[in-house]
Structures are given as structure tokens and as C-alpha cells.
Design a protein around this ligand. Structure first.
Ligand SMILES: Cc1cc2nc3c(=O)[nH]c(=O)nc-3n(C[C@H](O)[C@H](O)[C@H](O)COP(=O)(O)OP(=O)(O)OC[C@H]3O[C@@H](n4cnc5c(N)ncnc54)[C@H](O)[C@@H]3O)c2cc1C
Ligand code: HEM
Length: 404
């Protein structure tokens, strides 16, 4: 354990580091990637360019430092990150590399303020934090490998079906090449896919939520083609859409993630999604219908219009059931959408609509979608009095802050 002096130094320097937070982590990544370019096979380059990963890592290191004498308090966050790390294949030997370059960056950015005493205290603190991550991840690796149908690292899956679901979303049905069993998953979880793309120096890993119920002999993912307007087109999603076909092999890591439907509860569940954020909700919806047929479930989906609205038929099929209600919101419906009554509400999901239409008393709320959508939903739910323990969400990127 750390001595009192070390703890004091670390805690008292957190505000200074916070002030330089992103400068330090940006420099940290530059230094680390120049000394260890092989790590560019693991990290998401677009997240780096947009600064999203910098924010996530900086925030966590400082939060951990503030709780350095009570790391139990941040264990839930560690567990969530550890799921992502496990799915990416982060190993104990990676931690000293991160530690070394983080300290180098702190030293460089703080200059004279980074005395030996300060640097040594942070080195000790980093080791304690890293040990917590390493031990949580060791447990996850063990569980993943030893569960039925489980495996560690990336396993070859064949694309068994490729189905166009809308103008922008396509599903891929993946079966293991070795024809053996596959690990079960909890609705809401995701897999990571590692791609080698011709002409690219590094491999590219991305996460995709499983969009069907568990218990099948395949995993289904549904991928939105990300088109850049001012920026380059999304690397992996476009490659999947344009370059991956039935019979091709994809490298897949076992299901991960702690954004999961609580199936021990019988109380109503409300699933809210914007755009491709519907994928984990589809799995939750279909699983509830199969495994908890009496549970009340409301599925609320927001899309621009019918052209980009995916998996609508599957939702309509289950919403024939008495306890399932589905509402579709289109913010820019087409003439065709109007003519065929393809949506319930024109516009965005608002607090007043939720308050009026949804029986919120005991319900749990799960949501996912573009960050502005998630911020609006989060705010609305809070304003109508939903407590935090009944609010659950997933970011389709490094975790951020919905309250900002
Ligand atoms: C837990 C989780 C679950 C997910 N589930 C799904 C899912 O079910 N379905 C789904 O479609 N996606 C899902 N995602 C998102 C997915 O992992 C990818 O992030 C997404 O497919 C985009 O990847 P890409 O390689 O196509 O784009 P990237 O190449 O990673 O680019 C991402 C964005 O950054 C922009 N960009 C690229 N380069 C630059 C640059 N130099 N400067 C500025 N901007 C740039 C691109 O235009 C694009 O908008 C999930 C993510 C997470 C974390
Ligand atoms: C104590 C040390 C570490 C902390 C506090 C930390 C923190 C984080 C956080 C907060 C995220 C974002 C998670 C999410 O939003 O889902 C993340 C993701 C990630 N981490 Fe770590 N991490 C640590 C160590 C490492 C190590 C040692 C490696 C490997 C060299 C690593 C590689 C990654 C990668 C590749 C991602 C995903 C990045 C992306 O999508 O761009 N991390 N980490």
C-alpha cells in the first residue's frame, strides 16, 4: 500500500494534472506510439484524432488518483473499462508501457513542477491503479475462456448472411469457422472485430453490439456505414459494407460489456434508441419477448425517416404482443413515410411526450444513440424524476459525460 505522504502528493497534484489533462494525455499517446507503434494495431485511430480517447483516459486516471486510498469506490468504472480492455486483448505487459509514457508526458508538460518526489509518487500510484485493472481483467479472461463455447483473443467467424436493413445499416450473421459452440451473451453486450484491410499498415478493431437475442448458433451485428462529410469515411464500417461478403472470415473476440438488461427484474422496461443505437435494444427486446413473455416492454426508436430505419419488421412482429409497445419517431419523414403511416410521431422524443405516454413508475430505462440524443434523453428522464439506478446507457465510442 502507499504511504500517507505519497497519497497526499498524488491527491494534491490531481488539480494541476487535470488542468493540463488533455495536453498530458495527447503527448502521452505521441510518445507511446512513437516508441511502440505496434500498439496502433489496438487503438482506434479516429478516436485519437477526435480526442475522445484522450478525454476518457485522462478522466479515469485522475478519478482513480482522487480515490487512491479507496479504489473500491471506482471499481464499477474499472469493471466497465476492463470489459472493453478484455474485448480488445489488453494484457498485463501493456500496463508498464502505458505507465512509463504517462510519467514521461507528465514530466515534460509540468516541467520544473514535476519534482522527483511528485514523479515517484505518481509512479507508485499508477502501479496500484494498474494492479486493480490487471486483477479485474484476469478474472474476466478466465471467465471468458472457461465459459461454455468461450475463447480468449480473436476467433475466426464466417459471414453466413449479409442482409441490407436500410439505406445505411447492414446486418452480418457470423458463425464460427471451427463449427464448435459459441459463448452465450447477455442482451446489450458487444463483440470486437479485428480487421486487416489491404493497404493499411495496422489492424483496426471496432466494437459492435449484438443485435439478435442470445441462444442462436450465430452472432448478428448490424453496422451503420459512417460517411464523413468533412472528415474521411469511417474505415471499418465502410470496409464491412463494401468489402466483406458471405463466406469471408472475420476475427471476433467473445461478447463483452456491462450495459446489459437485468433479467432478474420483472418490472417494465423502456428501450430508447436513436439511429444505429437500436442494436443493443433489439437484442433486449427480442430476449424479453422470448424469456420474459409477461414483462411489459416499450420500444421507442428515433430515426431520420423510413429510408434509414433498420429492423422495423422485427419490431413490428413482436409489437403485436399485448405487453409490447413500439413507437417510431421520424424527424424528417419522406412523402412515402407519410403516405404509408410509417411513423407515430414527427420530431424528437421529448420529455413531455415521455411523461405523458410512458408509465414511468417502476420502469428501467435503457438508451443508446448519438451523443446529443443520449444527452436529451438523460435530461428528460432526470426531469421527470427517474432515479439514476433505473437509467442505463451505452456510448458507441469512448465513454463520455452526459451531464456536460
Ligand atoms: C460498445 C460499442 C458498441 C457499438 N455497436 C455498434 C453497432 O451495433 N453498430 C454500429 O454501426 N456501430 C457500433 N459501434 C460503433 C463502431 O464500433 C464504430 O465506431 C463505427 O462503426 C465507426 O467505425 P469506422 O471504422 O467506420 O469509423 P472510424 O474510421 O472509426 O471513424 C469514426 C468517425 O470519425 C470520423 N473520422 C475519421 N477519421 C477522422 C479524422 N482524421 N479526423 C476527424 N474525424 C475523423 C469518421 O468520419 C467517422 O465519423 C459501437 C461502438 C461501441 C463502443
Ligand atoms: C490504469 C491504466 C488505464 C486506464 C485508467 C485506462 C482507461 C481507459 C478508458 C477510460 C477507456 C475508454 C473505455 C470506454 O469508454 O469504453 C479505455 C479504452 C482503451 N484502453 Fe485503456 N486504460 C488503461 C490502460 C490501458 C493499457 C495498458 C492499454 C494497452 C496498451 C489500454 C488500451 C486501451 C484501448 C485500445 C482502448 C480502446 C480505445 C479506443 O477505442 O480508442 N489501456 N482505457
Amino acid at each position: 500500500m502507499l504511504n500517507t505522504k505519497t497519497i497526499e502528493i498524488v491527491k494534491s497534484t490531481v488539480p494541476v494534472l487535470e488542468k493540463h489533462g488533455e495536453t498530458i494525455t495527447t503527448r502521452f499517446y505521441q510518445l507511446m506510439f512513437s516508441n511502440h507503434p505496434e500498439l496502433l494495431n489496438i487503438f482506434n485511430h479516429a478516436n485519437q484524432k477526435q480526442g475522445r480517447q484522450q478525454k476518457a483516459l485522462a478522466g479515469t486516471v485522475y478519478a482513480a488518483a482522487m480515490y487512491i486510498d479507496n479504489l473500491g469506490a471506482i471499481l464499477p468504472v474499472v469493471k466497465q473499462i476492463a470489459q472493453k480492455h478484455r474485448s480488445l486483448g489488453i494484457l498485463p505487459e501493456h500496463y508498464p508501457i502505458v505507465g512509463k509514457h504517462l510519467l514521461l508526458a507528465i514530466k515534460e508538460v509540468l516541467g520544473d513542477a514535476a519534482t522527483d518526489e511528485v514523479i515517484n509518487a505518481w509512479a507508485e500510484a499508477y502501479n496500484v491503479i494498474a494492479d486493480v485493472f490487471i486483477s479485474v481483467e484476469a478474472e474476466l479472461y478466465d471467465e471468458t475462456e472457461h465459459q461454455q463455447g468461450g475463447w480468449n483473443g480473436f476467433r475466426n467467424f464466417i459471414v453466413a448472411r449479409k442482409v441490407v436493413e436500410s439505406d445505411v445499416i447492414t446486418s452480418f450473421y457470423l458463425k464460427p469457422e471451427d463449427n464448435k459452440g459459441i459463448a452465450d451473451f447477455i442482451p446489450g453486450q458487444y463483440i470486437s472485430i479485428k480487421l486487416e484491410i489491404a493497404g493499411e499498415t495496422f489492424t483496426h478493431i471496432r466494437q459492435y453490439s449484438l443485435s439478435d437475442a442470445p441462444g442462436k448458433d450465430y452472432y448478428r451485428i448490424s453496422v451503420k456505414r459512417e460517411t464523413g462529410t468533412d472528415n474521411p469515411d469511417g474505415m471499418v464500417s465502410n470496409f464491412l459494407h463494401n468489402g466483406v461478403n458471405v463466406g469471408d472470415i472475420l476475427k471476433v473476440s467473445a461478447p463483452a460489456g456491462d450495459f446489459v438488461l437485468d433479467m432478474n427484474k420483472k418490472t417494465p422496461v423502456v428501450l430508447l434508441s436513436g439511429g444505429v443505437g437500436l442494436t443493443p435494444m433489439m437484442s433486449m427486446l427480442k430476449t424479453t419477448v422470448e424469456a420474459q413473455p409477461k414483462r411489459k416492454v416499450t420500444f421507442i426508436h428515433a430515426a431520420a425517416n423510413g429510408n434509414v430505419h433498420a429492423l422495423r419488421d422485427e419490431v413490428e412482429e413482436v409489437s403485436k404482443l399485448e405487453n409490447v409497445h413500439a413507437y417510431f419517431f421520424y424527424d424528417s419523414p419522406t412523402e412515402e413515410d407519410r403516405k404509408n403511416n410509417r411513423f407515430d410521431v414527427e420530431g424528437y422524443v421529448t420529455r413531455d411526450w415521455l411523461h405523458e405516454k410512458i408509465d414511468t413508475k417502476e420502469a428501467d430505462f435503457y438508451f443508446c444513440g448519438p451523443v446529443p440524443f443520449m444527452k436529451a434523453i438523460n435530461r428528460s428522464l432526470k426531469e421527470i424524476g427517474i432515479t439514476e439506478d433505473r437509467i442505463h446507457f451505452e456510448f458507441f465510442g469512448p465513454m463520455g459525460n452526459l451531464e456536460e
